[in-house]
Structures are given as structure tokens and as C-alpha cells.
Design a protein around this ligand. Structure first.
Ligand code: CA
Length: 582
């Protein structure tokens, strides 16, 4: 391994908590009371003045506009969800077109921006998920499962990009600049261009600017809150891959653990998808509900008090262990070996010294969700192996080496001692480490964002199978400590019980956080809770994993962490109005 610098993983465990507590006390005892964040003014609507001639009339640096056309009001469909889009101007283009001196491939930051004729004066940077690599339609569907009113419908001008590479595969990791663009520089390059383009289209730039996304899009938003806080007034981060390189290596750890109990396929290889069956995860889910459901005051199949649940539920004790004779795997028990494997997966990866390499995760009824299963059994070999090989280790793998192995073998052979530290390594060609380009610098210091009156909302599904909600909650704890316990003035986290990665699972996973964020930024209306709906029968996009005992249109308040939604003791148990955040 060629490395010119290496630093060990920061261990944000007990020591960090103690430091945080000390900082909190110090902040309360001695620091002078800081002035409240300023109140930003509301955006002022305007009408589109120019579309078709934008390419000729604007000289945008490093930008080639490839098309600019008016789109009439009408339906647009994205990922099975059809919306009625308002009349708008659609501009497509490419920034910083170049040929890589390292891998010889052509790169550019591809983008599209949709600017409604009737504009609300706001800009939304739609941060996309996964490995990026395609320009997802810029509708601004940025929160929860099947958001009711995407940002374009709300009147925003919406930007979307491929983050600097043209395919949703990890091989762009061979090019150092493409790595940096994916990590953060595409957002930094696109933002001033988009604002200039908006100014050319409406005669004024955006009064207020927002960035929002889920998963890797949530990571983009969190990075922007740190690196580009001077350019955004509101940040919405969903299920953020806040420590994404660590989360990706934790995926390989999952594969290594599940391989211990997975049956062998015809080639003698472990079939990870059969390590724990859906029926077995449903058993675990039911046992979690039995122990934890009533802790929030309502026996409703939802576990709102997730932290109390971790103390109440015990995998060893509460889930029946199969006897040696019972090998039917009928979902009535799980084996002692499966319990051992699940315990190490939920505790999080470790190296051979027993050092934690990523946070563990919570037990929640959503562990039975199909999306949870995808991230546990399929993604480690089909997605994370390639991502770790080309993006989250330095130097990256070579194509030849990667083609000579399989995702499964890569995952199983990945060493938590020898390979994990490559996340922090650099070489003369790859001068920025994966950890550096992927994660926000100084993530707990949101002073720039705070001091200019910007606001940040973060949500995280408690049953996220890939990015740990504990990691996000611990980040919020540290932000609170850094800001003297006053972080609620400008940054809030909302846990979504039962929800898997960005949507799905037995959850009220349909909500709009963008409108509450705008009300907070522009009118000072702090969002103490956000109402979420179940997507039962009759919903625009139905969530097939809702328990049949739930009302199809159940509502719940999503509360500001660490508060949880508790039943008032009276009132319709299907209605958010019967719960309070405490
Ligand atoms: Ca409950």
C-alpha cells in the first residue's frame, strides 16, 4: 500500500460522550448568552421571463447548455410516482467537460434545472442517492416515501445533477477529480451556476436557497451544511450516509458475519440471502413489538420509544432458540449461531483489537422490512463491494483485479485490520482520502449555518438497513454539545420509527419536510413536530408492508429527537392528534 498519510479512525464512543457532556456543562455555566440566529426574510415570487434563449444570453463559466425548452403543464412520472407538473423551463447542460489524465475516460458534471413559470422565488438543489451517475428528473421529491408535493409543484426552481460522472457504477473512483466531485465539489461547482441561470431566467436570483436529499443525497446535504453553509438557507438531510465509507465497510462486515450461517449454493459459496429468512426476521420483529410497543403508551404496533426499547428487548432472551432437532427454519425460532451473528451485526463492525469501526444499529420492528433485507443480504456484494474497492479505499482497486474476483469474495476477503485503514490513506495521485472527500469537515460545528439564519432538518428511519440512525443521533448529540445545548434553534433531527432506508417498512413514512423547513427559515416557525402518514390502501403509492391492523391513513407526529411520540391516553389511536412529543 502506497500511503503518504494515514490517520486512525476517530472513535466517537464513551470518550466523545464525556467530552460532549463537559462541553455542554461549560456552555451552560460560563459562556455568555449568544445572540439568537437572525431571521431571514421570505422569498418573493416572480414569473419566468426567459427560457429558450438562455443559452445564448448567458455566459456561464465552465458550462455548456445543451438544451433549453418550455415544458407545458402536465404529468411527469418518476419512480412510479406521477405528479402534475406546472408549466416550466427545462434547461440541460454539462459543466467542466474534461478527459481524465488518470483513467482516460471523459467526465463532466451533467445537470438539469426545472424552473416553473410561476416561481416561488426559491432554489432547491435536489441531491440524489446511491452512486449518482445519472441526472434524476429534477422534481424535488425529497422527503419520505412518495412525497405529497414535490418541490417543483410547490413552485421551486429545482436542480439535479449526476455529481460528475455519467454512469451509476463505482469505476469513476479511478479518477481523483471524479471522486472529489462525487464527494463535494460538484455541489460547490453547480451552486453558483444554478443561481446565475435562475437570475437569467427570472431577472433576479433566488431569494432563498435549499438543498435536500436522502441516503447519499442526505450525505450531500450534510456536507453542504458544513462546506457550503454560506450558500444555502435551508438543508434537509434524510437517512444521511453521514459516515458513508465506514457504513460501506460495515456492509462487508455484515457479509462476513452472515456467511457463517448461510447455506451453501450449488457452487459451494455461501448464499447470504438465506442466512436469516424473512420469516425469521418477522419472528424477531414480533418479539420486539411484544417487548417495546407499549413503552410509548399505545399498543399500536409501532415502537416510538426506540431508546427504551433497546433496554427492554433482548435478542438472546426474547427470541426462541431452535433446538438441535428443529432445523425446519419455519420462523418459530432462530439458531444460537444466527443469534450470535445478528448480535455482532447489530453491535457494529470491529477490528481484531475489538475497536469499533462503525456504530451499531437499533432493534426496531422494521427489521422485517424487505428494504432492510435488501441492504443486509444483497447490497453488500452487489453494491458495497464495488464502492469500497473503487471509492472508499486508496489507492482504488484496478479493473483487472476487481474482474478477477466476485462481489462476494471481495466482501469476504476484506480485512477490517489491513484494508479498513485505506479509507484514510492518500497517494501522490489520490491526494485526498476517501474519508476526507466523502464526509463533512468539522461536522459538529454548524456556526456558519446558524449565524446567517439558515436552518437544518434531518430525518432518519429507525430501521435503516445500511446507514445507522445511531450514528446520526450521536452526531446530533455532539452538535448540541458544541452549541451549548441550543442546537434546536437551527438544527433538528426527527427519527421515523419502523421506517427503512428513506421509505418503507411498517411506518408512517409519507411526510413533507420541505414546507416546514421553509416556514422555519423564512417565517421563524420552528417545527416541533412533522405529521407523517401511513401509505395504506388508497394512497398514491401504497406501502405493502403496513400491518393489516393499522388504519390505511394512520397519522403520527415525527418528534424532535430525543423526544418521542407518546399516546395521550385518550383519543383515536390512529390519529397524530392523540400523541404528544415528550
Ligand atoms: Ca406503540
Amino acid at each position: 500500500m502506497t500511503t503518504s498519510s494515514f490517520r486512525p479512525a476517530p472513535h466517537a464512543t464513551l470518550a466523545a460522550s464525556a467530552l460532549a457532556a463537559a462541553a455542554l456543562l461549560a456552555g451552560c455555566a460560563s459562556a455568555p448568552r449568544t445572540t439568537p440566529p437572525p431571521q431571514l426574510s421570505a422569498a418573493i415570487p416572480a414569473t419566468l421571463k426567459n427560457c429558450a434563449t438562455l443559452a445564448q444570453s448567458l455566459a456561464l463559466p465552465h458550462t455548456r447548455i445543451t438544451s433549453a425548452e418550455t415544458v407545458a403543464e402536465g404529468p411527469l412520472t418518476l419512480q412510479g410516482n406521477t405528479i402534475q407538473a406546472p408549466a416550466h423551463c427545462l434547461v440541460k447542460g454539462r459543466m467542466k467537460e474534461r478527459t481524465s489524465p488518470v483513467d482516460g475516460a471523459a467526465y463532466a458534471i451533467g445537470f438539469e434545472i426545472r424552473m416553473p413559470v410561476s416561481w416561488n422565488g426559491r432554489f432547491l438543489h435536489q441531491a440524489n442517492g446511491g452512486l449518482d451517475g445519472s441526472v434524476v428528473m429534477a422534481l424535488g421529491a425529497v422527503s419520505g416515501g412518495a412525497p405529497v408535493a414535490p418541490a417543483l409543484v410547490q413552485g421551486f426552481a429545482v436542480l439535479s445533477s449526476d455529481a460528475g460522472h455519467g454512469a451509476p457504477t463505482p469505476f469513476f473512483g479511478l479518477d481523483p477529480q471524479a471522486r472529489r466531485d462525487y464527494g463535494y465539489q460538484a455541489v460547490g461547482t453547480l451552486t453558483p451556476m444554478a443561481k446565475d441561470l435562475i437570475k437569467g431566467a427570472y431577472g433576479k436570483g433566488p431569494d432563498r436557497s435549499y438543498i435536500a436529499g436522502c441516503s447519499n443525497g442526505g450525505r450531500h446535504a450534510m456536507v453542504a451544511a458544513s462546506r457550503y453553509a454560506d450558500q444555502y438557507d435551508g438543508v434537509l438531510a434524510g437517512n444521511p450516509g453521514f459516515s458513508l465509507p465506514k457504513a460501506a465497510t460495515a456492509q462487508l462486515w455484515k457479509a462476513q458475519q452472515y456467511a457463517k450461517v448461510a447455506p451453501k449454493d450449488a457452487n459451494g459459496q455461501p448464499d447470504l440471502t438465506k442466512a436469516v429468512s424473512p420469516a425469521e426476521f418477522q419472528l424477531i420483529s414480533r418479539k420486539i413489538v411484544e417487548r417495546c410497543d407499549a413503552l410509548d403508551g399505545a399498543t399500536d404496533g409501532q415502537v416510538n420509544d426506540v431508546q427504551a426499547c433497546q433496554a427492554a428487548f433482548n435478542l438472546q432472551r426474547d427470541v426462541p432458540t431452535c433446538t438441535a432437532a428443529n432445523t425446519a427454519r419455519d420462523g418459530t425460532c432462530i439458531s444460537a449461531e444466527q443469534k450470535s451473528v445478528l448480535a455482532s451485526i447489530f453491535a457494529g463492525p470491529q477490528n481484531s483489537k475489538g475497536e469499533a469501526l462503525y456504530t451499531g444499529t437499533w432493534f426496531d420492528p422494521g427489521v422485517a422490512g424487505s428494504n432492510f433485507a435488501f441492504w443486509h443480504f444483497n447490497a453488500p456484494t452487489t453494491r458495497d463491494a464495488g464502492a469500497v474497492a473503487f471509492l472508499f479505499t486508496t489507492p482504488p482497486s484496478t479493473m483487472d483485479a476487481f474482474k478477477a474476483t466476485t462481489g462476494l469474495q471481495y466482501a469476504l476477503n476484506f480485512s477490517m485490520d489491513a484494508d479498513y485503514p485505506k479509507m484514510f490513506a492518500t497517494t501522490p495521485v489520490y491526494t485526498e482520502s476517501s474519508w476526507s472527500y466523502m464526509t463533512p469537515p468539522n461536522p459538529t460545528d454548524l456556526s456558519t449555518l446558524r449565524n446567517r439564519g439558515a436552518k437544518m432538518m434531518v430525518y432518519h428511519g429507525v430501521a435503516d438497513g445500511v446507514f445507522s440512525p445511531i450514528d446520526t443521533a450521536q452526531w446530533m448529540d455532539r452538535v448540541q454539545a458544541h452549541h451549548g445545548g441550543k442546537a434546536d434553534d437551527f438544527a433538528r433531527l426527527y427519527l421515523v420509527p419502523g421506517m427503512n432506508h428513506c421509505s418503507g417498512g411498517p411506518a408512517t413514512d409519507q411526510f413533507d419536510m420541505l414546507a416546514p423547513l421553509v416556514a422555519w427559515v423564512e417565517q421563524g416557525k420552528a417545527p416541533d413536530s412533522v405529521t407523517a402518514n401511513a401509505r395504506g390502501e388508497g394512497a398514491k403509492v401504497v406501502n405493502a408492508e403496513l400491518p393489516s391492523s393499522w388504519s390505511a391513513n394512520r397519522t403520527r407526529p415525527l418528534c424532535v429527537y430525543p423526544k418521542v411520540a407518546r399516546y395521550n391516553g385518550t383519543g383515536d389511536v390512529e390519529s397524530a392528534g392523540s400523541f404528544s412529543c415528550k
